[in-house]
Design a protein. Sequence first.
Length: 405
Amino acid sequence: MQTAYFTICSRNYLAYALVLRNSLLAAEPGAAFFVYLADAPLEEGAPEGVEIIPVGELGLPDLEGMAFRYTVMEFNTAIKADCFLDLLTRRGFDAAVYLDPDIKVFRPLGEVAAALEAGASAVLTPHILGPLPEGASPGEIDILKSGAFNLGFAAFSAAPESVSFLRWWAARLHTDCYAAFERGLFVDQRFIDFAPGFLPNLHILRHQGYNVAYWNLARRRLTRTASGAVEANGQPLVFFHFSGVDPSDPDVFSRHTATAAGPEDGSIANALALDYRADLAAQGHAQWAGIAYAWSRFADGSPILPPMRRRPPEVGTPADWFKAPDLDWWNAPDPRIDQKNGRVITRLMMGFWELRPDLREALPIGTEAGRRGLHNWFHRHGVEEYGAGEYAVRPGLAGVLRGWR
């Protein structure tokens, strides 16, 4: 089979993509590897010999709208199905394998190739392969929120059932690829929970050496063989997913959990992470990390705040949204809220409340006390915390309902 491997990243993550590429090619020399760039194209300094495909080449029907509505993480995951389709239907590969940029490969992905050769339409890895120990972080409920399968890895063949599934998945990701636990969504992953029902020829890969990461280390004991190779529960380590590893802080194994690693294999996991940080440095992470995401700001230079992405103005086009923040829209009292108590709750304030589980729990918006608390939090903490700027402060402080649309 002609198989393509690919990852997706923005420009600031290119060092990660290069480490992944180098490790994959060391394990599988001659493999076709692509980097889909979920960002503006590189203006200069593109790494030599690396196949980089800007997102603009995918022909997305609503590229600007997606770039505005999604955060950088959401946007990177929202184009994943389209990248699969690009490789399988436009570029003519028989199969395609996706790997997150923060993965390092140690051995050939032979089990994936074997499953695809045997007729699997897709290959997926579950987050966990059995119950977690009591007190594990993250726990089983946390993982349920994110989805049964980890989409740091996925493989699809060009079979008709795969292409049909990918087109369905792409359509969902174009509109609902949000990190929104309160809506039952976690970017691209929750939709893949349907895969066992939708894909008759799905192969669930249970090899312990695939997709080893902080969320399953509590049940995957890492050991070294006499030759120094790493094994997970006695099976060769194929790839390690360094999700949340801090390139500059060796004391933080993953920013997503307080647990550095399993109690017995922490030394091996942390040694792998130490080597990984060195790999990133060698690929110029300090340089790449300084490149700003193309869609992080309005054309006037002001930041696009997280709530603005979730509820863009109901007027104008995405091109209009990107020009400058629509202050009339965001500073207007939210029409869903009772404004009779004299404290204006603007759309921007409500946007932060909807994004923050701690605010939703502490400040019930259906009560006057909750609304007063949100108003006070926004002006005392929220404006500074999110860099909202003075333009977002004056209307709420004035508390005057006049001329709003």
